[in-house]
Each structure stands twice: as structure tokens, then as C-alpha cells.
Design a binder for this molecule. Sequence first.
Ligand SMILES: NC(=O)c1ccc[n+]([C@@H]2O[C@H](COP(=O)([O-])OP(=O)(O)OC[C@H]3O[C@@H](n4cnc5c(N)ncnc54)[C@H](O)[C@@H]3O)[C@@H](O)[C@H]2O)c1
Ligand SMILES: N[C@@H](CCO)C(=O)O
Ligand code: NA
Length: 429
Amino acid sequence: MGDALRVALAGLGTVGGGVIRLLDANRDLITRRAGRPIEIVAVSARDRTKDRGVDLSRFAWVDDTAALASHPDADVVVELIGGSDGPALTLARTALGAGRGFVTANKAMLAHHGLELAQKAEETNAALKFEAAVAGGIPVIKGLREGAAANAIARVYGILNGTCNFILSKMEAEGRDFAEVLSEAQALGYAEADPSFDIDGVDAAHKLSILAAIAFGTQPAFADVAIGGVRHVLAADIAQAASLGYRVRLVGVAEEGANGLFQRVHPHLVPLDHPLAHVTGSTNAVVAEGNFVGRLLFQGAGAGDGPTASAVVADLIDIARGEYGASFAMPAHELIPAAKADSGERRGRAYLRFTVQDKVGVLAEIAAAMRDAGVSIESLIQRGEAADGGVMIAIVTHEGPERAVAQALERLRGSQSLVGQPLLMHILG
Ligand SMILES: NC(=O)c1ccc[n+]([C@@H]2O[C@H](COP(=O)([O-])OP(=O)(O)OC[C@H]3O[C@@H](n4cnc5c(N)ncnc54)[C@H](O)[C@@H]3O)[C@@H](O)[C@H]2O)c1
Ligand SMILES: N[C@@H](CCO)C(=O)O
Ligand code: NA
């Protein structure tokens, strides 16, 4: 049995507490699998006195979180604080700069600074591991980095935010109000410290940019992700989608287009015969299409203390075994800057919902905008009971260039006939 891998743990919230509990519960098994014990030696968080339901007295408490990076008794730093910059980034830079292993669940930091951190890890030959950062407990980073490493990937897409999926599937099953369901997701520990990151699609975009870098061998390009969230999806949209044979899901898609890398997070209509339509609650699922392996589907718990801790500790076990390679599946200097694809060139079908004033000529105005932009309408449904005293019109388009739909919406922008903003959802193809 080798010497213990000694861990300094920063952040003792949902995930940090989960890591302590998991290491306690599975200690012997983990020691046998890793070939040596994994021991937390020092911890740090904002509030020393808070009751976290775990015994912290056996660990050294460090008030200055940044000092954990150079703690004399630690081999590896685990960062579970969060935030793209601030103390998390300071810890990462200092630990990796000193050649210490670094494990994190922090997708915001990796989306913004992943390339710099991977370069630093390479310079000092340190481990940089982040399985928990994408799709929580699902081993999707490992699956792509290792299991699918022989393949060219054409597309990677999936449900990457547990909070949104929990909200959408609750709204769907119970017809409940958005805000009420959000607070439930927060109480269960799924939501980010700022839940607008979840519901506006930013968290899923952070994760998508990490997945895309691994899948396509490109530098993480978070700024190139087109982002839309679920804030404006109504229970009526979900019901309408259901009657057409779809479920509404927040889906992140990254694919190599003719003119660059396309990355988008947006609410989608997912056909009922697609596996993503059956992913409910805080579950995540990722599909990767490889040129030799075919379609891979990774599915499991995307958030919560246990699943996320499972991913963090799996990374620690790899480090204890000495099994870690390039963080983004190839050396950082091999990652190429990706050109941003023009989404207008992309072809697809769309769902458009308008709330309109109940007056003569409104339908004709919408139909004319579609016709003039070259959008072909597959179905148009008018319902009487929309909110805001208006009438709801739902349109499903035939397949066509996305540019045409954008042009039609642009033409209708500010129309006196519309009550509020139209909603566009892409149809997953
Ligand atoms: N909760 C989940 O399901 C989940 C899943 C995957 C990834 N993550 C990521 O894991 C990280 C932690 O998330 P969480 O849900 O455990 O958060 P949390 O809010 O429950 O815990 C954060 C911890 O960090 C500490 N902290 C905050 N600011 C600090 C500072 N300035 N200095 C020192 N300590 C500080 C807090 O005291 C707390 O102990 C985040 O990056 C998050 O995105 C969370
Ligand atoms: N807030 C995130 C946590 C997991 O990364 C989610 O809801 O998916
Ligand atoms: Na994961």
C-alpha cells in the first residue's frame, strides 16, 4: 500500500460536504481501488462555525483559502467554491503553478480560463481534472477523453443543466408555475449560487464549451456559444409541444459546421422518440456521435451532492493511481482556436409562439412576414386562452435555413399586433 494522497479541500457546501461523506463511507473500497488511501488533511470555507453535518475537527482548518494551494501537507487541491475568477482562480493558478494536482467542479472557471490552466498544468506536469464540472456524476469527460478518444466527433449535444431540466419536467408533469419550481430546485442544492446562470442557459453554456473543446480539439470558446434560457417558456408552450409530439428541453449543441464550430444552448422541442425527451428531473444526458463508435449516450445525475462528489473522488482516484493525462484530451498546445460558425447557414425546423391581439389581420401579418423571409409553415395553431389578454399562435416550420426564421422575427419586432416578445424554440433533429 502506497503513501496516502493528501488532499486540501476548499469549499464545504453541497459538493464539498458530499466529498467528505463519500470518502468516509467508501474509504476501504477507495483505498483498494486507488492502491493507497485518499485523505483530506486541510479544509477551508467562508464560515468555520457553520454546522455541515460532518465532523471537521479531524482536519486542519485554514482561514486563508488561498494558502491551501501551498499547504505543506497536501499533494492535491480540490476546489469546490465556485465562481469564474476570485478565490477559485487564485487557488488554481497557485496550485498548478507549484506543480500540485488540482481537481475542480467549477465549469465557470474552466469555460473562461480552461486553456490557461491546462497550459499551466502541462508546464509543471501537474494533474488538472474536472469530471464534476460537466454533467455532475456522469463520467462524460472520461468517456470522451478516453473511451471515445479514437473517434472524430461530428456532434456533441445534450441536457447539461439539472436545474432547468428539473423545472421543465415539473412544469410539464404538474402544470406548475416557473418561480415556484425554481425555489424547489434551489432547496435541493441543484442551482448555482446565482440561479440566473441556470435558467438563462449560462451554466449549460459553460459546460458545452468544455465538452466542445474535448470533442473537437479546440480551445474552449465560451464567448462563441449562442445562449438562450428557459425563463420565457410558458406552461402553455409545454402543453402545445406535447400535443404536437414533443417535450421541451434545454439542449446544448456543439457541431462542426461547414464554416466553423457551432455552439448553442437553447430550449428545444425534442421528439418523443428521442432519448433526450425521456430525461426528467435533475438528470443530465449527453450524446456524442463518433465516426467509428456511432452514437454514444451518457446519462445520469447531473447535480446534487452525492453524484457530484462521486465525480470529484473519481478524479482523485485517477491522480492517486498516477493515471492522468492531458485535461482536454490532447496537449494544450495542440488545441486550435475554432472559427465561430455562422448559424444562419444552419438548416432546421423551429417552433414559434406569438401572443397577439385578438383583431383582424394579425394572422395575415405573421404569415406575410414568414412568406417574405422564405419560411415555410408546417402547422399553425391558434388558441384563445393566452395570458396578457392576448391570443396564442403556435407555428411549426418546415426545415429551412435558420437565417430565414431570424429575418421573419426581425420583421415582426415591435409590431403593434404582438403582445410581448415571441418565443423561438429549435426542433432537435
Ligand atoms: N451543487 C451541485 O449540484 C454542483 C454540481 C456540479 C458542480 N458544482 C459546482 O461545484 C462548486 C461548488 O458548488 P456547491 O453547490 O457546493 O456550492 P455551495 O454554495 O453549496 O458551497 C460553496 C462553498 O464555498 C465556500 N466559499 C464561498 N466563497 C468563498 C470564499 N470567497 N472563500 C472561501 N470559501 C468560499 C462556501 O463557504 C461554501 O462552503 C461550484 O463551482 C458549482 O458550480 C455544483
Ligand atoms: N447548477 C448546476 C449544477 C450542476 O453543474 C445544474 O443545475 O446543473
Ligand atoms: Na461529469
